[in-house]
Write a protein that binds this ligand. Structure first.
Ligand code: NAD
Ligand code: MLT
Length: 334
């Protein structure tokens, strides 16, 4: 039997042997919309909401629970999985599962689920907001006026119309951002090692090799997961291949951008501006202050999914998906 078949059998065994009449006990470990707990309770499960637990506190209590719901705050590492003696399922009310040790979970037969698509529109809209704010220096201009100045000449911007946006990662969010950009009259070029060229073209995106993204783009927007290939993708070497005055937007994952290399490129003028929603660690450590304070950097505190619409959607979806598993039904989002 292959390893993946063994793992699948392991998961099946746990689910079948645990489809007991008694209620499942669920821990909600990060702040989620109230609908999350309501769905679990409505389907007969017991819920404890304990956002903000330290790792030690989580390790002490996790053994009591069959299911754990998180956003990006709780780190579900190997220790948590090991301590979760009754744990059958971990649900991420969001997209990225990089705060969950999926390998450790899978080898213990613990199912990991997310809610792909639940926050796509919100994150794509935020990325588009970052692109527009960068093009027109909106945050600095607002701050300057609020400080009593009238700096009309200082904040000269650039139009989007006629410019080229390079989209790295043509999944749900990347394709939506590309669609917004083309509506603003931009040419969208994109790189994704998995999506077919035909699918990219059908979304109005010219598929190109990665090197061409660097060479041709006026704006580069990042929409990949964090993987070995994407970590440090925006590096000194790749920034040097870009057009002088390129603008970089990162609403995906912090470690995709090398912060020291980005700062150097901002200081030399190779990069005209950067707009960041995510950071190598969050909240960002003190050594990132020079980047965050740089006059040509816009930064938001990981707000991609922070709309009431997205939060209701992901909270409801993750609870329903987890209930489907716990109830022994068919399920999606693994
Ligand atoms: P998705 O899975 O739909 O799309 C990701 C795409 O990246 C896929 O098409 C995949 O083929 C592609 N990809 C993988 N490796 C690549 C590589 N080396 N180079 C180029 N492309 C590559 O995911 P999504 O829902 O579009 O989310 C994209 C990213 O945004 C994820 O990192 C996710 O965690 C992040 N995200 C951030 C926020 C936020 O709050 N800022 C909110 C939601 C999602
Ligand atoms: C995600 O991957 O879904 C985002 O980072 C948003 C969030 O953490 O809520």
């Amino acid at each position: 039997m292959t390893r993946s078949a063994q793992l699948t059998r392991g998961i099946e065994r746990r689910l079948v042997s645990s489809t007991r009449p008694a209620l499942a006990k669920i821990l909600i470990g990060d702040p989620t919309d109230a609908v999350c707990a309501n769905v679990f309770v409505g389907r007969g499960h017991e819920v404890d909401k304990k956002p903000g637990l330290s790792k030690e506190e989580l390790l002490q209590v996790i053994g009591e629970y069959d299911g754990l719901v998180v956003r990006s705050g709780v780190q579900v590492d190997k220790d948590v999985i090991e301590a979760g003696k009754n744990l059958r399922i971990v649900g991420r009310a969001g997209t990225g599962v990089d705060n969950i040790d999926v390998q450790a979970a899978t080898s213990k037969g613990v199912l990991v689920m997310n809610t792909p698509g639940g926050n796509t529109a919100s994150t794509a809209e935020l990325a588009m907001t970052h692109i527009l704010a960068l093009a027109r220096n909106i945050p600095s201009a607002v701050a300057s006026m609020k400080a009593g100045r009238w700096d009309r000449k200082k904040y000269m911007g650039t139009e989007l119309m006629g410019k080229t946006v390079g989209v790295i990662g043509l999944g749900r969010i990347g394709r939506e951002v590309a669609a917004w950009c083309t509506n603003f009259g931009m040419t969208a070029i994109g790189y994704d090692p998995i999506l077919t060229d035909a699918a990219a073209r059908a979304s109005g995106i010219e598929p190109v090799p990665l090197e061409e993204i660097f060479k041709r783009s006026d704006f580069i927007t990042l929409h990949t997961p964090l993987t070995q290939e994407t970590r440090n993708l925006i590096s000194k070497a790749n920034l040097a291949k870009c057009r002088k005055g390129v603008r970089i937007v990162n609403c995906a994952r912090g470690p995709i951008v090398n912060p020291a290399d980005l700062l150097e490129a901002l200081e030399s003028g190779q990069v005209a501006g950067a707009s960041l929603d995510v950071y190598p660690s969050e909240p960002p450590p003190a050594e990132l202050e020079p980047l965050i304070q740089h006059p040509h950097v816009i930064c938001t505190p990981h707000l991609g999914a922070s709309t009431t619409d997205a939060q209701v959607r992901v909270a409801r979806d993750i609870a329903s998906q987890m209930c489907d598993v716990l109830d022994g039904g068919e399920f999606v989002g693994v």
